[in-house]
Design a protein around this ligand. Structure first.
Ligand SMILES: NC(=O)c1ccc[n+]([C@@H]2O[C@H](COP(=O)([O-])OP(=O)(O)OC[C@H]3O[C@@H](n4cnc5c(N)ncnc54)[C@H](O)[C@@H]3O)[C@@H](O)[C@H]2O)c1
Length: 443
């Protein structure tokens, strides 16, 4: 096959985004080389062990390795020699002490790869970056690559959702190709051929627009969540019910119900840092006013965490110190083991800091939580951590928590008190079983 038909792909950075991308592209039939600076991660992937919890990924990883189309390396020289299209999928976390994105890893990836690009190649950024990054990196790439202007940079942001990452990668609802030439677009079309044939629409843009699509989308979603949570704050003051309010709003098809779920709010490795980095970048550009509402969106979101702690305190009659609290959930959302900026762990740690004896259970994220917060206690099941508890607080909406029988749980706790931080339990059912049930924004 010629280059244009089936480019050889590298994936630089094999974390949540990159591991999924590499595996899925190999599953689609491409020759793929995954690269990371984390040797342990690469060893795991190469031996067929998924370094992350992501439904469907382990099976697909095994298949891709067995096909011989997927390999892993830590060598940029190998990646440069192998690839026609190089995807940059490294992290862009929040900088310590600032709201800005930390671009150290993106810069290091480009600088690591560029000296090994001695023939025509396309480098494609998939990480979420502040607008203007791609233009700057285009210069870096051309200066450092032996092939000079034969190497081009494109930006194609990734929209996958953890928990649905495989399906979102194979069948994204859109592909955004930020390119500086027709050639770059052709390479991207070749690199996503089966995805496009399946029906995902392509939006071609310039580099800056592509960078903005991603942060604009995340800002919108974060705003919608904080909007309904702001309504929850009002409901709490007047004794109204935000769940009914949200249900009624959702039936308005101009508004729609998705992301209009009141509760403990958003967290994770994307939304919080992306809205902060966007606000910061807009301020740098002198247009901070345009997205200053994102500061408020962030504050509303943070207040939900504090309010959840308060609700637990109210249920305990103010006696938080030395109370036993069962915390259900650690991951920032269900079907993921990602604990980055997880609201659940924030609440658990605050309660622990107030002197409560907090025991945490999560179906997938216990290992990550234990490593990050060894000061907390952990248990092996939802019932296990609830034994002798003075209050239970549901913090991540895993399906198994929804399905728990209030009577079975009631038999192991010291007191039937529950805070539903995610509005997933049926209040009437729990109250009928003798539980004191509380949820954010509900009477
Ligand atoms: N996780 C998501 O759901 C998601 C969705 C869409 C977009 N994104 C964006 O994708 C990017 C990656 O996110 P993630 O969640 O996969 O992060 P991650 O932390 O899970 O993975 C990043 C990986 O990059 C590796 N890395 C760091 N420096 C490197 C270098 N110089 N060369 C090669 N590898 C290097 C790290 O070792 C790590 O394995 C971020 O910009 C994020 O905002 C993430």
């Amino acid at each position: 096959m010629s280059f244009i038909d089936s480019p050889r792909l590298t994936v630089i950075g094999t974390g949540y985004l990159g591991a999924t991308h590499a595996v899925c592209m190999a599953a689609l039939g491409y020759e793929v080389l995954g690269l990371d600076v984390d040797e342990e991660k690469i060893a795991k992937l190469a031996s067929g062990e998924s370094p992350i919890f992501e439904p469907g990924l382990p099976e697909l990883l095994t298949k891709a390795l067995d096909s011989g189309r997927l390999r892993f390396t830590t060598s940029f020289a190998e990646a440069g020699a192998f690839g026609d299209v190089h995807f940059i999928c490294v992290g862009t976390p929040q900088q310590a002490g600032s709201d800005a994105a930390d671009l150290t890893y993106v810069d290091a990836a480009v600088r690591g790869l560029a000296p090994h690009l001695d023939r025509r190649a396309l480098v494609v950024g998939r990480s979420t970056v502040p607008v203007g990054t791609a233009e700057r990196l285009t210069g870096v790439l051309r200066d450092l690559a032996p092939a000079g202007n034969d190497v081009e940079l494109a930006w194609s942001p990734e929209f996958l959702r953890e928990g649905f990452a495989v399906d979102d990668t194979l069948h994204p609802d859109r592909l955004v190709f930020g390119v500086a030439s027709d050639w770059a677009e052709q390479q991207l079309r070749a690199a996503f051929k089966p995805v496009i044939e399946y029906g995902s629409p392509v939006v071609r843009t310039d580099l800056a627009t592509a960078e903005l699509v991603k942060v604009a989308a995340n800002s919108y979603l974060a705003t919608k969540i904080s909007y309904i949570n702001a309504m929850a704050e009002i409901c709490e003051t007047v004794g109204a019910d935000v769940k009914d309010l949200a249900d009624a709003l959702a039936l308005d098809d101009r508004i729609g119900g998705r992301f209009l779920k009141p509760g403990l709010g958003f967290g994770g490795g994307c939304l919080p840092k992306d809205i902060r980095a966007f606000a910061h970048r807009a301020e740098e550009l002198g247009v901070g006013q345009s997205v200053s509402f994102l500061r408020e969106v962030d504050k509303i979101n943070q207040r939900r965490r504090a309010r959840t702690v308060d609700l637990v305190g109210e249920l305990l009659g103010g006696r938080v110190a030395s109370a036993r609290v069962a915390a259900w959930g650690a991951a920032f959302k269900p079907n993921s083991d990602d604990i980055r900026d997880a609201p659940a762990l924030d609440v658990a740690r605050t309660l622990h800091g107030l002197g409560a004896d907090v025991r945490v259970y999560d179906p997938a994220a216990l290992g990550n939580a234990r490593r990050a917060f060894p000061e907390l206690s952990y248990g092996e099941s939802a019932l296990d951590v609830a034994r002798g508890a003075d209050a239970v607080v549901l913090l991540t909406e895993w399906a198994e928590f929804r399905e728990i029988d209030p009577d079975a749980l009631g038999a192991v706790v010291a007191h039937r008190r529950i805070v539903d931080g995610r509005h997933v339990l049926k209040a009437e059912r729990w109250r009928a079983a003798g539980w004191e049930y509380r949820a954010l924004g509900r009477p």
